[in-house]
Ligand binder design. Structure first.
Ligand SMILES: COc1ccc(C(=O)Nc2ccccc2)cc1NC(=O)CCSc1ncnc(N)c1Br
Length: 273
């Protein structure tokens, strides 16, 4: 049977709206597809920037991967097109905005909300690993919320300085697993480490190895210098899960499957869809 012809998109198919965020490689705009009045996020990437950083293959590979990924907790890429100087990514629009802004507003999240996000992200990562995609950059800046508050891994591809800038620019080091910090070959287990960092940050409002100097954060990660503040009061089960993820030996970290079976997740996560 004949493949339905891939729709050739162009800028004239869209009404461009307000800017949603800006990145190293360009900006993201709210946009509406004119014919079907479909709301999307349109990411504009300058070809000159891609050439300058030699990212042509990286972007092409990412587009191939993204167009096959279909999971309720991974932001969709519906398609892409280009003109002489720009590449346009047609992305799912997350109406709820950045999870990081919710975390900033609330200070820290409830155990139920945190467990629900961790369960969703674990399932999204298990799906990505099945598709041989690892190291989805899952720090809070890269997590968006849809209109129902469902979390979406919105891999920004490359650091997008969205409006809610992190108070410390070195925040990026906070999420690196020891093997990453040591620039060793990393495998799927880095994502399990990151889930531990995220779980801690959802519950306490700060990442576990935060420090004034990057070198101190580096040292704390390498030592797995993990301590739990006395407030907010967090359950022993939550601390148990975090302690089983923030383990230096990547082979000893709790697997994604085991995270879903952990008592704290089973008891607190709202895994209805
Ligand atoms: C599947 O999502 C992507 C897939 C790929 C890339 C990307 O740039 N790849 C890339 C760019 C250059 C070089 C190599 C890879 C980026 C994203 N995603 C984004 O940039 C998120 C845009 S912000 C936003 N989006 C929706 N709703 C909102 N409310 C907001 Br705020």
């Amino acid at each position: 049977s004949q493949q339905p012809s891939k729709k050739q998109w162009s800028l004239s198919d869209f009404d461009i709206g307000k800017p949603l965020g800006k990145g190293k490689f360009g900006r993201v705009y709210l946009a509406r597809e004119i014919k079907y009045k479909y709301i999307v996020a349109l990411k504009v990437i300058f070809k000159a920037q891609i050439e300058k950083y030699g990212l042509h293959h990286q972007l092409r590979r990412e587009m191939e991967i993204q167009s096959t990924l279909r999971h309720p907790n991974v932001l969709r890429m519906y398609g892409w097109f280009h003109d002489d100087e720009r590449i346009f990514l047609i992305l799912e629009y997350a109406h709820g905005g950045e999870l990081y802004q919710e975390l900033c507003k609330l200070g820290h999240l409830s155990e139920r909300q945190s467990a629900t996000y961790i369960a969703s992200l674990t399932q999204a990562l298990a799906y990505c690993h099945e598709k041989h995609v690892i190291h989805r950059d899952i720090k809070p800046e890269n997590l968006l919320l849809d209109h129902e508050g469902r979390v979406k891994i919105a891999d920004f591809g490359w650091s997008v300085q969205s409006r809610s800038k992190r108070h410390t620019m070195c925040g990026t080091l906070d999420y690196l697993a020891p093997e990453m910090v040591e620039k060793k070959a990393h495998d799927y287990a880095v994502d399990n480490w990151t889930m531990g960092v995220l779980c801690y940050e959802f519950l306490y409002g700060v990442p576990p190895f935060e420090a004034k100097q990057q070198s101190d954060t580096f040292r704390r990660i390498m030592k797995v210098d993990l301590s739990f503040p006395s407030t907010p009061d967090v359950s022993a089960e939550a601390k148990d899960l975090i302690s089983r993820l923030l383990v230096k030996d990547s082979s000893k970290r709790l697997s994604l499957e085991k995270i879903m079976e952990h008592p704290w997740i089973v008891k607190n996560a709202d895994t209805m869809g």
